[in-house]
Design a protein around this ligand. Sequence first.
Ligand code: NAP
Length: 265
Amino acid sequence: MTTTTDPFRTTVPLPPGGTIPLLGFGTWQITGDAARQAVGWALEAGYRHLDTATVYRNEAEVGAGLRDSGLPREDVFLTTKVPPNRAGQELATLQQSLTALGTDHVDLWLIHWPNGSDVASGTWRALVEAREQGLARSIGVSNYSLGQLDALTEETGVTPAVNQIEWSPFLFDAAVADGHRRRGVALEGYSPFQASRLDHPTLTDIAARLGKAPTQVIVRWHLQHEVVVIPKSANRERIVANAAVGDIELTAADMAALDGLAGQG
Ligand code: NAP
C-alpha cells in the first residue's frame, strides 16, 4: 500500500471470480429515512460498497439511497444476508431482498450465521443455486469458525468466497487470518469500532503522531492487512472521516503494535 492508495477503489479478488472493495459502508441499526440518508451520504463521500441484511429491515431504504445517488448499479458492490431460520425459503427471501433493494442481483449474498453447531449446508446449497442463476455474483458466510468453513466445504464441495466476522486490532488472530488466506476465503471484518477500545494508549499514540483519529487508524489497519472493513455511521461527518484514510501510512512497527492489542479490548 502506498500513500496514493484510494481506499474506495482498492479491491481484493473473490473466488471463483470478481472482486470486493476493501472499504464498505455498514448499515446495521440504521433504519427508515436515516438509512436512506446515510447511504446517500456514504455514496456521495465515495463509498462503493454497501452492507445490509434481511434482519436489518433497511433493504428498501438502502436501495432508495442507491437510486437517489444516480450511480449506475454496477458501480456499487451490494451485500445482503439471509438468516439461517429461512431454511427452505432461501430463494424467496433473496427475491424479497432484491425487490426491496430494487435490483436484479446482489454482488454478495451471505448466510448471516451458522445455525448453532449446524453449518446450514442446505441453505448453502440454495446460495450456490442463486449464484448459478445469476441472482448473486458471489456467495459466502458470516460468523463461521475455520472448522465450520471446512465442514461446509466438505459437505457441499463449495467453499464460501467470504467469511464476515467480528474483527479489530483487539480481536486480531494471525492464525485465523492465515487460515482464511490458506483456504482462499476473503476475510471481511465487522464492528471495527465497537470491537475496539478507542481510548487505548497504543492506538491513541499512533493516531496522535499521524494527526488522525483512532477510528481512522483502525480502518487503515484493516486495509493494510487486506481485510475488508465496513464501518457504520449515521453521521455525515463521521461517514466522510472514516474513509479519509488514503494518506495514512502505518509502518511495520505500527502494524505490529496494533496486532499486539489482541485480547486487550
Ligand atoms: P462499528 O462500525 O464498529 O461502529 C459503529 C458505531 O461507532 C456507531 O455507534 C457509530 O455511531 C460509531 N462511530 C462511527 N464512526 C465513528 C467515529 N469516527 N468516531 C466515533 N464513533 C464512531 O459497528 P457495527 O455497526 O456493529 O459494524 C459495522 C457493520 O458491520 C454493521 O453496520 C453491519 O453492516 C456489519 N455487521 C455485521 C454483523 C454480522 O453478524 N455479520 C454483525 C455486526 C455488524 P454514529 O452512527 O452515531 O456515528
